[in-house]
Design a protein around this ligand. Structure first.
Ligand SMILES: [Zn+2]
Length: 373
């Protein structure tokens, strides 16, 4: 083909299905190449089984947006949405895209739990003996509470692993201590998994370079709730609340982080996502709800990074990846992309700061039964 280079990216097919680890590496190389220097792909670290964890950067602005996908390996729409976003931002010649790249530094960590992704399961692929080999101080403690080693659909008895999204700690220099095990859901994680360590290191480097990571987004899947007060199935739930607010009753245990915690900014970011999807009008894209607002999970990446002062947004697409046909997959990927662009546009032009944080409370809740409140 004799087209000039800039056209090549336009002809790349958008990805409508899901992709595996090998295809991820190939796609990233393609995206990097067609971006003519706008997108940079690096290896940030390695999974426990030695697969690469990619750090993909675009933009040269002062505001930092960090987005990761597939910390749970069976939650795959986010990876495809990230690739589509990187491809279109990286190769677009539009004024809007140029403005975004001038204002923001966007860093994506797609498929951060590649071992879990290859097994199409939630946990990573690591056993407790590997943890104690690396951290001998843990030799005599009970394994972490988020260690999966029981029989069942994913053969965790034969091939154990950890829920990586409980392995984070707001102290980015935390070293595992015996007295902090086995832990519990409303206590911190430990950075015992190489996947969480890698993301922590990327976060720390960005913080050192830019002063802060302005925004952190984590892309997930959930079950099939309804939008409160309607008969509509939720397409995607969102949230900006992962720990008890340090400045509210019950949040005293997070007092050390109270000054930097920025719940209002997290709420504004969520409102930006909601507005971007409502603007699509009368379609499945508008069936958006808030995720459970009563969780207290400081060991999640979102919880730990929120306590570090990042504006934080959770995306929870409905359904697990094996449930869908091609058309629905395409819609779900588009939902994630639209929400991400709501954040990116709002942060790039500063309009997110004009949004009323209290509008977050007007986003409908998720309920288990149609019409329920
Ligand atoms: Zn998840």
């Amino acid at each position: 083909m004799k087209d000039e280079k800039g056209m090549e990216s336009v002809r790349l097919n958008r990805i409508s299905g899901f992709i595996n680890y090998e295809e991820l590496g190939q796609k990233l190389q393609q995206i990097q190449k067609s971006s003519q220097g706008n997108v940079k792909v690096e290896t940030a670290g390695y999974t426990n089984q030695g697969r690469e964890i990619y750090k993909v950067s675009t933009g040269h602005g002062k505001k930092v947006v960090l987005i990761q996908s597939e910390i749970h390996g069976n939650e795959k729409t986010g990876t495809v949405a990230l690739l589509n976003m990187l491809q279109s931002l990286g190769s677009s010649q539009s004024k809007e895209a140029k403005k975004i790249l001038d204002e923001l530094t966007i860093v994506a960590i797609p498929m951060m739990n590649a071992d879990g992704s290859e097994l199409n399961r939630r946990a990573n692929d690591m056993d407790w003996a590997e943890v104690t080999a690396k951290f001998p101080q843990l030799a005599h403690v009970k394994p972490a509470w988020n260690y999966y080693s029981s029989p069942g659909s994913w053969n965790y008895d034969k091939n154990p692993g950890f829920d990586v999204n409980r392995d984070f700690h707001p102290d980015l220099n935390y070293v595992p201590k015996a007295e902090d095990f086995p832990g519990t859901s409303n206590a911190y994680g430990w950075y015992i998994t190489p996947e969480a360590q890698t993301v922590r290191d990327v976060y720390k480097d960005l913080k050192a370079q830019f002063g802060k990571v302005d925004v952190f987004v984590d892309l997930h899947h959930q079950e099939f709730p309804y939008v409160e007060g309607t008969d509509d199935r939720v397409t995607m739930s969102i949230s900006g609340k992962f720990v008890t607010n340090p400045n509210s009753p019950g949040g005293e245990k997070y007092a050390a982080y109270a000054d930097q915690y920025n719940y209002d900014f997290s709420r504004q970011l969520n409102v930006a996502v909601y507005n971007a999807l409502q603007a699509k009008g009368n379609s499945v894209f508008t069936n958006i709800s808030l995720y459970d607002q009563n969780i207290d999970l400081p060991g999640t990446a979102l919880g730990s990074f929120a306590l570090n002062g990042s504006g934080t947004v959770l995306f929870e697409v409905s359904g697990q990846t094996q449930n869908f046909g091609q058309k629905q997959r395409g819609q779900l990927v588009k939902t994630v992309e639209t929400g991400l662009m709501g954040i990116i546009n709002g942060v790039a032009d500063g309009s997110v700061h004009q949004l009323n944080p209290d509008d977050y409370q007007n986003i409908p809740l998720s309920v288990r039964t149609p019409g329920g409140l």
